[in-house]
Design a protein around this ligand. Structure first.
Ligand SMILES: NC(=O)c1ccc[n+]([C@@H]2O[C@H](COP(=O)([O-])OP(=O)(O)OC[C@H]3O[C@@H](n4cnc5c(N)ncnc54)[C@H](O)[C@@H]3O)[C@@H](O)[C@H]2O)c1
Length: 254
């Protein structure tokens, strides 16, 4: 039930054309924010932005590659030009990559994963912090993963990138805390999105294995992850800074 949690604020969500990012963009809008819906998949971003506008919200789609420094900088400038400020950002775009152990992983696999899942978060944070520091306010949430705190079996590149996001989150929080900015991370457990559907690829054994690995015995749904992201960006989480929140139905329980 909507309660105006982020009423009148401006939010950016990356990877918002699908899955967790789509749910997050829609929830930011339902809770009263205008939303910049960013994705490499421009058609996906357009679809989600149109859905928000059809529901009476404010949204603009941006087709952007979040690894592209100049493109991200131009997008942030365009958001500020259109909406006047940037209050909240959910840096969420990412890929799962192909599971490969140390013996099989190529340097190209490694570089691609680090570029898309880690460098992109640095690039986005740098541009968002530029605007938020000037405003002396802002909140950022980065999507890490359970693989940000424990090993994802057979995925050293994904595990390293998601651990790295927690490092960026902590450094951002500490560097900007006295300038009115908060930076936190969410760590989703296995969540039913196109990413995980592709990963399971209609293979019932893999699906069963992943489902069993979730503490509650059932995958998460994107809306459950979005709830945490939007709350962390809201003023209700004003003393939560530099944290990483597991949203995984009692899977890791660190
Ligand atoms: N689904 C899960 O079980 C799960 C679990 C833990 C963490 N995560 C993380 O959640 C995030 C979202 O995943 P999802 O499951 O919703 O996946 P998804 O594939 O449904 O959505 C990811 C979106 O990111 C976009 N994207 C990819 N590369 C991009 C780039 N370079 N620039 C801009 N956009 C780009 C894709 O186009 C896609 O729309 C990812 O960071 C993922 O690692 C997912």
């Amino acid at each position: 039930m909507a309660s105006g949690l982020v009423e009148g604020k401006i939010a950016l969500v990356t990877g918002a054309g699908s899955g967790i990012g789509e749910a997050s963009a829609c929830l930011f809008a339902v809770e009263g924010a205008a939303v910049a819906v960013a994705d490499l998949d421009e058609a996906g971003a357009e679809r989600v932005a149109a859905q928000i506008r059809d529901g009476g919200g404010r949204a603009t789609a941006y087709g952007v590659d979040v690894t592209d420094d100049a493109a991200v900088s131009a997008m942030i400038d365009a958001i500020v030009a259109e909406y006047g400020r940037l209050d909240m950002a959910h840096n969420n775009a990412g890929i799962s990559g192909t599971p490969k152990g140390f013996a099989d992983l190529t340097l190209d696999d490694w570089h691609q994963m680090i570029e898309i899942n880690l460098t992109s978060v640095f690039v986005c944070m740098q541009q968002e912090l530029r605007v938020m520091a000037e405003q002396k306010s802002g909140a950022i949430v980065n999507t890490s993963s359970g693989a940000g705190v424990v090993a994802a079996p057979g995925m050293p590149h994904y595990t390293a990138a998601k651990h790295g996001i927690l490092g960026l989150t902590k450094c951002g929080a500490q560097e900007y805390a006295r300038r009115g900015i908060r930076v936190n991370a969410i760590l989703p457990g296995s969540t039913r999105t196109p990413m995980i559907e592709n990963f399971m690829a209609g293979n019932p054994e893999v699906e069963q294995m992943i489902t069993r690995s979730v503490g509650r015995g059932e995958l998460g749904v994107p809306d459950e992850i979005a709830e945490a992201a939007v709350w962390l960006c809201s003023d209700r989480a004003s003393f939560v800074n530099g944290d990483s929140m597991l949203v995984d139905g009692a899977t890791i329980c660190r």
